[in-house]
Ligand binder design. Structure first.
Ligand SMILES: NC(=O)c1ccc[n+]([C@@H]2O[C@H](COP(=O)([O-])OP(=O)(O)OC[C@H]3O[C@@H](n4cnc5c(N)ncnc54)[C@H](OP(=O)(O)O)[C@@H]3O)[C@@H](O)[C@H]2O)c1
Length: 363
């Protein structure tokens, strides 16, 4: 393949990735997928998987291209599926449309749907796999993690951290640390999670609502989860008061009997667990595939220490919180701020006056 072709492949797959992103919050447990149909250098069809159970990206893009799809190249962010799920296999549509070539970012890791490339090749279609593979995997990281057969959710841990490494002022009075763009980004992140978790210390100090606002409504609202050993979550908290409308789950190791009864009466689900790992296993059995944890320091440190954080997302703020502020992590946790050699930085970009950094563990 010549250099110009390789550059064009990357360009069209970048476009396909941008289209895939339009399914954000709508496709889980399916992945977000985008597709572009190109003939003679022109884009003649585009599509994306818009909603769980709906048409797949390739079928939408081919339908948009119509009869001109014959002899075209189809760029797609995930290997076209070979098996039937809620929709018929995409490979059949590509073969029927007589496309000449398929370029895909990542192989489909699911046994039911995988093997599409082989079927396409058997039908005489050229297939190239693996272009922008890392980008496509990052977009759908919880989907790829679930496909490994892990018995826990993919865990993203998010904190806002001051220039002096703290997450709360000495007074522990709740305060906005980041600017509006970073806060909007957190709501966008929430929309792609099946559950949002916090430690009970944060529930008591900040009384958060943990709903998706400032972003499009996700297909399913995330379950709100409190890691709370003794079921101390206050009955007057926003979480408890809104539990009848949007689920709240308390995971406790030794939940107080009376407090548990009162929480259940208020509409909160309380489940006894044996450890943090067990709590994650319980969430997995309840269909949570992606958990976004939003602090505080003790819960964050425990997740990192026990190698249960798959991404650490830090919004670095320019403000300093001064002596006596709450450090982001307990010393010796092995977090990316104190032990960066254990982590790979996958994102670093400015967001308003703040900086967003995302790390993946080196495993
Ligand atoms: N800047 C930020 O991004 C940010 C985010 C969140 C919070 N904060 C701030 O952080 C402060 C709260 O942080 P925090 O560290 O005190 O509390 P936290 O991490 O929110 O909650 C800690 C509590 O969670 C419970 N817990 C349950 N399972 C646990 C486990 N496996 N490991 C550790 N804890 C577990 C424990 O209480 P029990 O033993 O009673 O169960 C523990 O005391 C507040 O001031 C808040 O404003 C800042």
């Amino acid at each position: 393949m010549n250099e110009g072709q390789a550059t064009r492949d990357v360009e069209f797959l970048r476009r396909a990735l941008a289209l895939a992103d339009r399914g954000w919050g709508q496709t889980a447990p399916n992945p977000m997928v985008g597709a572009v149909v190109v003939r003679d250098g022109d884009v003649i069809g585009e599509g994306w998987h818009a909603r769980f159970g709906g048409l797949h990206a390739e079928r939408v893009a081919i339908a948009a291209a119509g009869a001109r799809a014959e002899g075209s190249t189809v760029y797609v962010t995930l290997e076209p599926c070979a098996g039937r799920g809620k929709q018929p296999p995409c490979v059949d549509a590509l073969i029927a449309a007589k496309v000449a070539r398929v370029v895909a970012c990542s192989a489909d890791p699911t046994p039911l749907k995988g093997g599409g490339a082989e079927k396409l090749r058997a039908a005489g279609i050229t297939v190239d796999l693996g272009v922008l593979d890392a980008d496509a995997r990052e977009l759908n990281a919880p989907f790829f993690f679930a496909a490994t057969g892990a018995a826990r959710p993919f865990v993203s841990l998010k904190l806002a951290v001051s220039a002096d490494g703290a997450i709360a002022p000495p007074s522990r009075e709740p305060q906005w640390m980041t600017g509006a763009p970073a806060r909007a980004e957190v709501h966008r992140m929430r929309a792609n999670a099946d559950a949002i978790g916090i430690g009970v210390g944060t529930a008591i100090a900040d009384d958060p609502l943990l709903t998706v606002r400032h972003w499009s409504r996700p297909r399913v609202n995330p379950v709100r989860v409190v890691f709370d050993s003794e079921a101390r979550l206050p009955l007057t908290s926003q979480l408890v008061l809104t539990a009848p409308a949007q689920p709240v789950l308390v995971l406790g190791q030794r939940p107080d009997y009376g407090a548990t009864a009162a929480l259940i009466t208020a509409g909160v689900d309380v489940v006894q667990v044996t450890s943090l790992a067990d709590a994650l296993a319980v969430l997995h059995t309840r269909g949570v595939r992606h958990l976004l944890v939003e602090g505080g320091a003790l819960l964050a440190s425990a997740l990192v220490r026990e190698s249960l954080a798959d991404r650490v997302i830090i919004f670095h703020t320019p403000a300093r919180l001064g002596p006596g502020a709450v450090p982001a992590f307990v010393a010796g946790s092995g977090d990316p701020l104190s032990a960066p050699d254990r982590w790979t930085e996958v994102v670093r970009r400015p967001i308003g006056d703040d900086t967003l950094a995302i790390w993946a563990p080196r495993r």
